[in-house]
Design a protein around this ligand. Sequence first.
Ligand SMILES: NC(=O)C1=CN([C@@H]2O[C@H](COP(=O)(O)OP(=O)(O)OC[C@H]3O[C@@H](n4cnc5c(N)ncnc54)[C@H](O)[C@@H]3O)[C@@H](O)[C@H]2O)C=CC1
Ligand SMILES: O=C(O)[C@@H]1CCC=N1
Length: 258
Amino acid sequence: MKIHIIGGGNLGVAIAKGLSKFSQGNQITITRRNTSSILYLEELGVTVSADNKHVIQYADIIILTIKPYQVDTVLAEILPVISNKVIASAVSGLSIENLQNKIGAGNSAIRIMPNIASQFGASATCIAFHEKDKEKAQNVVALFQDLGTAPIIDEKLMDAATVLAASGTAFALRYIRASMQAGIEIGFDWQTALAISAQTVKGAAEMIMEEQIHPEQLIDRVTTPQGCTIAGLNEMEMHGFSSSLIRGIKTSLKQIKG
Ligand SMILES: NC(=O)C1=CN([C@@H]2O[C@H](COP(=O)(O)OP(=O)(O)OC[C@H]3O[C@@H](n4cnc5c(N)ncnc54)[C@H](O)[C@@H]3O)[C@@H](O)[C@H]2O)C=CC1
Ligand SMILES: O=C(O)[C@@H]1CCC=N1
């Protein structure tokens, strides 16, 4: 497939890198106004351009990874030269209905919410579309399945998906950072503490995905009666570990909803 990514920033680059590595048989173009910082992507077989219209007429999927306030400018530029295209938008807060109104009935609006782990084929990309575009959305779903998991969700959960699956990357990294900092306090250098913390999180996530059980069932396997784990967990909860995460996620959601 021919994939045209508009917005070569954090997310666009992560998707381009991921596609070049984990999805076979595609031709990828990525655009950005000033291309100097992303020209290295050409070494991965990705075409880099400052022209949003560059070969866009041949694109099977156009992916929007721009900020919400950049959408109208970009669409004004590309709409005159496209028709019957699938536009997959990762723009947070932009509804399918709004995007569809902007791009006209001749094109299809699909909403995607990837995260920057797309680069490593490890994103959890939530996807939503209207029934009329079900068939056209299948290519988008297949593409993002190559970059991790790609659950199809009801659009009303898209803001929640943004927080859980996209912002969630930062939340998980903050856990790893805190764990690393504690590791330094208890005797490790930061590199060793970070490596141990990251691998431990990866292992915990792999167990959840493999066994598909409730986390508490796995926690129960770790918490020896009168042991150090339960003592640590209870102290963390005393200081609001779970509740601060929950409150943070709900605050993020409020921020999106405005
Ligand atoms: N960063 C993340 O982890 C995620 C971001 N998103 C959403 O994706 C969108 C992009 O986010 P980021 O990549 O973080 O932002 P960013 O600012 O890093 O990337 C946007 C890119 O678009 C480029 N751009 C601006 N105007 C342009 C134009 N007229 N033509 C072509 N390129 C243009 C900018 O130069 C920039 O490189 C936002 O709507 C954000 O909410 C969604 C999920 C995850
Ligand atoms: O922080 C943000 O607003 C964007 C959306 C999700 C990740 N980054």
